[in-house]
Write a protein of this length. Structure first.
Length: 155
């Protein structure tokens, strides 16, 4: 279920709220290859199934930054402002990739509203800690503190 908020005060009051999880997303070789093409990162661990089969993970793995990029795809499923004039991704405070995502895996994301700061003039900055879970794995694929800024319309 998506957490919706219409003002800085509403999201500040929700600090600590757990978000998600999202639906599962399959990480197939086609997605990995498209990411490699888009970024120019053709490391054999990601794009050469034959060589990767003999490598440290036994198969290709998703790029860490592919995993991170999918956060932006699902963030609106977890956390969505209403009464919005505009919003931007402001950055990241901390990102870690504790476990690789093998090809054929499924991932999903959950989050927590870690911080929210009223910036004045109907604006708020949020920090949402996102955890990317790999189905069947004890360790997450990614943990990221994402920063967003939102400006609300007058009520």
């Amino acid at each position: 279920m998506t957490f919706n908020f219409a003002s800085a005060d509403e999201v500040i009051a929700a600090i600590g709220t757990r978000l998600g999880p999202t639906d599962w997303i399959e990480i197939d070789q086609a997605r990995i290859d498209m990411f490699a093409e888009a970024t120019g990162d053709h490391q054999w661990l990601h794009v050469d199934p034959e060589r990767a089969a003999k490598g440290p993970f036994g198969k290709t793995i998703a790029h860490g930054f592919l995993t991170l990029s999918l956060v932006n795809m699902v963030l609106p499923d977890l956390f969505m402002p209403t009464n919005l004039d505009w919003g931007v991704n402001y950055g990241l405070d901390k990102v870690r990739f504790p476990a690789p995502v093998p090809v054929g895996s499924r991932i999903r994301m959950s989050g927590e509203i870690a911080e929210a700061t009223d910036l004045g003039n109907r604006m708020v900055q949020t920090k949402v800690r996102i955890t990317v879970e790999i189905e069947g794995s004890e360790r997450p694929a990614c943990v990221a503190d994402t920063l967003q800024r939102y400006a609300f319309l007058p009520e």
